[in-house]
Ligand binder design. Structure first.
Ligand code: PLP
Length: 377
């Protein structure tokens, strides 16, 4: 007989995937419907309505794209930017860097606004880049998961972009559901997220929303969308009124998202934002008692993800291995220039609870002294 699947019961407190709500796990086990079954079409419509509430938007074209959060990044690049167009990308972490890479790959003229990891992109820098030369699009990461920075001044950057006729495109992978996201009030033309962070759903879908200006740009393209799979016109033909087959929807993941969004809206968005912040403050206090310091200043620190400086002389990889093996806990290591320098602690969605903070910090209290490297004489 084939070996059965055996999975250790991990407490997922890293940068994602985060813990799933039990109701979501149950929804995943629901029997399948066909992707054009009227009963499934009703679930699709309800999911779109719930996403509009979450993104705070009236955008008709609001749906979950097939694929992880990266499908969202790829979708905005391939649909709304054409070869040779000027694009400004804010890079204050790994995910901004990836967006710039994706835009370059489709032949855009990319200008990056680079600031050190752990800082926010200054709105003035976006404004002056646009004054120097208008751009077809500005792309900004709302919550930089590689560092734990919450980007302020989104509405101001969106307004500057629209003034020159460009599209303002926003990555909300980590922020959606855990901190306010106001697509219409901010004037963002398109935004996407991922299911695996504050929505308490496994990785696999990229909820996204596209406004009228973005749709108009898509319709006016000179060149075909270079990705067949992520061509929004074709995806809309399936998720919109035509119901034309494009791909077979990941049925179980749509169930899971429908359920996760329902739970979030039942809790209330404001209540969820307040819970994430309250638990983050609880973490701040617990970290202070261990003499551990968050690296991002309070004013721009994410509620759902905290980067903590690894204390001098502590073995990063060894400690995180022991966290798995002895305590069944996952936290994240640093990315890019922060590799080996920080731990990333995610308290997202279903995982954002005080008891998880106590479990983690209790384990760290035990492990940190054990993993101090002894200096040879
Ligand atoms: C800000 C941000 N953008 C994009 C992504 C890519 O999402 P995924 O890994 O689900 O493809 C992530 C993943 O952590 C992210 O944090």
């Amino acid at each position: 007989m084939a070996t059965p699947l055996i999975v250790p019961p991990r407490l997922l407190l890293g940068p994602g995937p985060s813990l799933c709500a039990p109701e979501v796990l149950r929804a995943l086990a629901t029997p399948l419907l066909g992707h054009l079954d009227p009963a499934f079409l009703r679930i699709m419509d309800a999911t779109k309505d719930r996403l509009r509430e979450l993104f705070k938007t009236a955008n008709r074209l609001t749906l979950p794209l097939p694929g992880t959060g990266s499908a969202g990044t790829e979708a905005i690049v391939v649909n709304f930017i054409e070869p040779g167009e000027r694009v400004i990308v804010g890079v204050n972490g790994v995910f901004g860097g990836r967006l710039a890479d994706q835009a370059r790959r489709i032949g855009a003229r990319v200008e990056t606004i680079d600031v050190p990891f752990g800082e926010a992109i200054p709105a003035e820098a976006v404004e002056s880049a646009l004054e120097r030369e208008p751009a077809a699009a500005v792309i900004i990461v709302h919550a930089e998961t590689s560092t734990g920075v919450l980007q302020p001044d989104i509405a101001r950057m969106a307004a500057a972009t629209r003034r020159v006729g460009g599209l303002f495109l926003l990555d909300c992978v980590t922020s959606l559901g855990g901190t306010p996201v106001e697509i219409d009030a901010w004037g963002a033309d398109a935004a996407y997220s991922g299911t695996q962070k504050c929505l308490s759903v496994p990785p696999g879908l990229a909820p996204a929303t596209f406004g009228e200006r973005a749709v108009a740009k898509l319709k006016a393209r000179r060149t075909p969308v270079p990705s067949w799979y992520l061509d929004l016109g074709m995806i809309d033909a399936y998720w919109g009124s035509e119901r034309a087959y494009h791909h077979t929807a990941p049925i179980s993941m749509v169930y899971a998202l429908h359920e996760g969004l329902g739970l979030l809206l039942d809790e209330g968005l404001e209540a969820s934002f307040a819970r994430h912040l309250r638990v983050r403050r609880f973490l701040d206090d617990a970290l202070a008692s261990l003499d551990l310091r968050p690296v991002v200043p309070e004013a721009i620190r994410l509620p759902m993800l905290t980067s903590v400086a690894i204390p001098e002389g502590v073995d990063d990889a060894g400690l995180r291995r022991d966290l798995y093996e002895r305590f069944n806990i996952e936290i994240g290591g640093g990315l890019g220039p922060l590799k080996g320098k920080v731990w990333r602690i995610g308290l997202m969605g279903y995982g954002a609870r005080e008891e998880n903070v106590l479990t983690l910090t209790g384990a760290l209290r035990d492990l940190i002294p054990r993993h101090r490297k002894t200096r040879s004489a």
